[in-house]
Design a binder for this molecule. Structure first.
Ligand code: PZK
Length: 275
């Protein structure tokens, strides 16, 4: 199969008219891919994404053709998808303040033209989820967009549709996760358009590589939150003499095992399944 795109932790292949998305066991911490894989991660994230797509079928069509009709060597970690015309925007919804959203708020009191109340801090729960689209930078980091930027890129109707669907996916996902003790701080969605012009949810959905997951029982205002999946990696790497630039350090076996256990726990809690 032809390799179409290789990302930090995933690969995209072309199979005739379809594409096959393959999730590796690679992990990144502070945006650096580490040299040691976390066995099982690609399978867990793929199965979680497929489960969410299923939960969301009433909200929006998706690109999944099959989670099983894939080459045997990638069983469990690959998804056969419809090839779409991808929209050049990352659609982010935020329910809590963290990351680039926090940085924008601290500078301007707004995120992507949405004014937020004063006095919010790191980890704050927002009064309403906000839609904060960003550009897909080909080099360097993604940049926040204004509403006007988005309209120029996709048109008025599509801009409104993207906002509505992104917020609805976030609301549904966050409500379901909250009922299982997990907060979804924010999530990044990618959409494509099918040959009929219909909007389709693509990529992966509501996984820890596209979203911030926090344990509700551990949430505290005004501090960085403990990430459900990567906290062991962060705590361990913080104690090293590492400048957070590539190449990252090799992960010791006990930290690999603890990280694996966190991915499993997240999957089991959200889906109610054991694997
Ligand atoms: C598509 N990416 C992101 C980059 C990955 C994924 N259904 C689709 N049709 C056509 N193209 C894409 C999709 C989807 N989803 C996704 N880039 C293009 C990407 C690197 C690795 F696994």
């Amino acid at each position: 199969m032809e390799l179409v795109h290789s990302g930090k932790v995933r690969e995209l292949y072309a199979d005739e008219d379809d594409i096959i998305m393959v999730a590796s066991d690679r992990v990144s911490v502070y945006d650096v891919v580490l040299p040691t894989p976390v066995p099982g991660k690609g399978v867990v994230l793929t199965q979680l994404s497929l489960w969410w797509f299923g939960q969301l079928t009433g909200v929006i069509a998706n690109h999944v053709i099959s989670g099983t009709d894939v080459p045997a060597q990638w069983a469990g970690r690959a998804v056969r998808c419809r090839r779409l015309r991808m929209l050049p925007v990352e659609c982010i919804a935020r329910g809590y303040l963290a990351g680039l959203g926090l940085a924008a708020y601290n500078e301007t009191g707004t995120i992507c033209d949405v004014r937020l109340p004063p006095g919010l801090g790191e980890g704050s729960h927002l009064p309403e989820p906000v839609f904060t689209p960003t550009t897909k930078a080909t080099a360097g980091h993604d940049e926040p967009m204004t509403r006007a930027d988005l309209v120029l890129l996709v048109g008025t109707r599509m801009a409104a549709e993207l906002e509505r669907v992104t917020l609805e996916v976030y609301r549904r996902g966050a409500a379901l996760a909250a009922s299982r003790g997990i907060l979804i701080a924010d999530t990044k969605l990618e959409f494509g358009v099918d040959p009929d012009g219909a909007l389709v949810l693509a990529d992966e959905v509501l996984t820890p590589d596209s979203s911030r997951f926090w344990l509700a029982s551990q949430w505290q205002p005004n501090r960085p939150q403990r990430s459900l999946d990567k906290q062991f990696l962060r705590d361990w790497s913080a104690a090293l003499d590492w400048d957070r630039k590539p190449p990252g350090p090799a992960i010791p076996p006990d930290v690999v095992a603890a990280t694996q256990a966190r991915y499993q726990e997240l999957y089991a809690r959200l889906t109610g399944r054991d694997e």
